[in-house]
Design a protein around this ligand. Structure first.
Ligand code: BV8
Length: 228
């Protein structure tokens, strides 16, 4: 089959070698935190300070790390690939952008963005947010939350993702455990439309059996080798 249109899904594993913790590993982000306590709208309503601390700490860490060879290889592919290409990341870090990727979409939101629940505006937010942050647009205090998709909230740009998957000749999944939907279901859509499917991960994901090809190892080694 001639490969023209590529969809690439990335997860926390692609940023692990940059020094950012994944969610479900031994050093997991959720160690010490129950997911329900930091990653749901209910958690935010119940204890906004805890949720802000969780994201403020991750935002501060992000400023100390750099993209790795896997991010850079995907950015090179993005610059050179003449067909359609869409990198759909579950990650909320900005390492794909900082490596130079442009055909990129953050389906679970972005750590470096805030969202005002009073006026609905979204804006770049680089520092600590905390509970009483003032909206740069409407001036309200205490209505700014992290622009992150929590459990039970609709991921961003699902129509655009679905359209790209339906046109795909190749679907590549990199550094994700396949634990979270709808992202974990993308491989099914790709198979349904006859796309080739490749998984690159440290270990078999929950959906590994759905992939035609599977390469296991570190993303910073596997992805540059695959991009060539
Ligand atoms: C929705 C916020 C509908 C961002 C996150 C059944 C029961 C209950 C709920 C559900 C259900 N089925 C579906 C659901 C809904 C739920 C869900 O999927 N639950 C799961 C637990 C079953 N999904 C949702 O709620 C989603 N929304 O469905 O909305 C809707 C419809 C209408 C109207 C309204 C709503 C929302 C999902 C997003 C939740 N937000 N986090 C943040 O804080 O960062 S989830 C969290 O998990 C992150 O977003 C993360 O991106 C995502 C996936 O994790 P991974 O990226 O895969 O990371 P993980 O640690 O798991 O794995 C890392 C992998 O890398 C490992 O395999 C490891 O081996 C590998 N690795 C490590 N090092 C390396 C490496 N690989 C290569 N190289 C290395 N060096």
């Amino acid at each position: 089959m001639t490969i023209r249109n590529i969809v690439i899904l990335t997860g926390a594993g692609i940023s692990a070698e940059s020094g950012l913790a994944t969610f479900r590993g031994p050093d997991g982000l959720w160690e010490g935190h129950r997911v329900e306590d930091v990653c749901t709208p209910e958690a935010y309503a119940r204890d906004p300070a805890l949720v802000h601390d969780f994201y403020d700490a991750r935002r501060a860490k992000l400023g100390t790390v750099e993209p790795n060879a896997a991010h850079r290889a995907l950015a090179r592919l993005d610059a050179e690939w003449s067909g359609e290409l869409l990198i759909v990341t579950q990650n909320v870090d900005d390492l794909h952008e900082r490596a130079g990727a442009t055909r990129l979409l953050h389906m679970h939101g972005e750590l470096m963005q805030g969202w005002c629940t009073a006026c609905g505006e979204r804006f770049r937010w680089a520092g600590l947010m905390g509970e009483g942050a003032e909206c740069p647009s409407c001036g309200r205090k205490g209505a700014v939350r992290p622009d992150i998709v929590w459990f039970g909230e609709m991921p961003y740009e699902m129509e655009r993702i679905d359209a790209a998957l339906r046109d795909a000749d190749l679907f590549v999944s990199i550094g994700t455990s396949g634990a979270v939907y709808p992202a974990a279901g993308f491989v099914q859509t790709a198979r349904y439309v006859g796309a080739e499917t490749l998984e690159m991960n440290l270990e078999p994901s929950q959906g590994s059996l759905f992939f035609d090809e599977r390469r296991y190892g570190r993303a910073a080694a596997l992805v540059p080798a695959w991009v060539g």
